[in-house]
Design a protein around this ligand. Structure first.
Ligand code: FES
Length: 105
């Protein structure tokens, strides 16, 4: 599938997302500035993204680790914030817009 990604400068990128990738990997492997310093184990929050408000409620609940981290992350938005390493591929995400969260408040 292909998603639209808005980077921290507001530029839009078309990004391919393969079935065997979590969202963080699709972003990182396509040269978006997602540090992902913990490698995807929900312990760094550098993969924080904003998802569309209509998609957010359709995702599996956040784990305790993700909740703790993401709520402390810069720019936290209760109805949009997810750690992208915890978002698994689905066909229905084709065409979705994902926005990179700020690195600092
Ligand atoms: Fe560290 Fe997602 S990569 S929390």
């Amino acid at each position: 599938i292909t998603i639209d990604v808005i980077d921290r400068e507001g530029s839009r990128h078309e990004v391919p997302w393969e079935q065997d990738q979590v969202l963080m990997e699709a972003l990182r492997d396509n040269d978006l500035p997602v540090l992902a310093s913990c490698g995807g184990s929900a312990s760094c929050a550098t993969c924080h993204v904003f998802l569309p408000e209509d998609v957010y409620p359709t995702l599996p609940e956040r784990s305790e680790d993700e909740i703790e981290l993401v709520e402390e992350a810069p720019g936290f938005r209760p109805t949009q914030s997810r750690l992208s390493c915890q978002v698994h591929y689905a066909d229905r995400f084709d065409g979705m817009t994902v926005t990179l969260a700020p690195e600092e408040d």
